[in-house]
Ligand binder design. Structure first.
Ligand code: IPD
Length: 257
């Protein structure tokens, strides 16, 4: 029987996506600010997080929430939410962003849902049940040779330019093509869907990446041990890829486990 949290996460992600898309299409309807240098915040981020938390807490009153915009309470049954991943894209009118909802049971991802409202794409996974895109099963690319691979490398102000540029250089010297599209969650979803072959970032937060980690794992990919140490509270590096590229990318990125 399907996990009720899985079904509810999909329904709530769809509702959140509709709200986000409506606001995106009327960009004069929201204000914009910065949480830090190059760290965008729109009023829609808070609005979507409040919607997701209110829906899920009504359905699962015992659960707790960790969200990018404020909710920070962990328990053995916790939802981890990024209301808008790709906020800078959203703020600047670039239609590449999503809502990401993960559920952890006893510190292990049990459900991961990423919804892209502009493409109407629902990426969805439950532990042991596989990953799907709009209901169709997903599998990572299987690309065997780094010289024909496309790797997304995420960038942020937390780790600064030096570590980003070092990884870009090493990955490109191995012969891969490189992109950076500005949504870590969609970057992970694209690996699960075989649209790209790997996602790497030297530091990423749990809300950006947890749903994507389950998607890639369930689609047959390799994922680094993101939840090691204080990953849930403080973030960690991430490497997610088709298994054939694990060794070369672990070496190039220094993200080994
Ligand atoms: C950011 C995006 C970006 C990634 C950063 C994240 P936000 O999240 O996912 O692609 O490189 O690490 O912080 O701010 O758009 O939710």
């Amino acid at each position: 029987m399907p996990d009720p949290r899985h079904l509810c996460a999909e329904a709530v992600a769809r509702e959140a996506g509709r709200l986000m898309r409506r606001r995106f299409e009327d960009r004069s309807s929201f204000s914009l600010s910065f949480k830090g240098h190059q760290d965008y915040l729109t009023e829609v981020d808070g609005e979507v997080e409040r919607l997701v938390v209110s829906r899920l807490s009504a359905l699962f009153p015992g659960d707790s929430f960790i969200g990018e915009e404020g909710s920070r309470e962990a328990s053995h049954s916790v939802w981890v939410i990024d209301p808008i991943d790709g906020t800078a894209n959203f703020a600047r009118g670039i239609p590449h962003f999503c809502v990401s909802i993960a559920h952890l049971e006893d510190y292990r991802p049990s459900v991961g849902v990423i919804y892209d409202p502009m493409r109407d794409e629902m990426y969805s996974a439950a532990v042991g049940a596989g990953a799907t895109l709009n209901g169709v099963p997903l599998e990572v690319s299987g690309v065997p040779d780094i010289r024909s691979a496309t790797v997304e490398i995420g960038w942020n102000m937390r780790s600064g330019p030096r570590s980003f540029l070092a990884v870009v250089e090493k990955v490109m010297r191995e012969g891969a093509g490189m992109i950076r599209a500005g949504s870590g969650a969609l970057g992970m979803a694209f690996v699960a869907a075989g649209r790209t072959d790997a996602y790497i970032e030297t530091h990423i937060n749990a809300w950006d990446v947890l749903a994507g980690l389950l998607l890639v794992h369930e689609a047959g990919g390799h994922v680094s041990d993101f939840l090691a140490g204080e990953g849930l509270a403080k973030g960690n590096p991430v490497l997610a890829c088709t298994p054939q590229l694990r060794e070369v990318l672990a070496r190039a990125s220094g993200i080994g486990n």
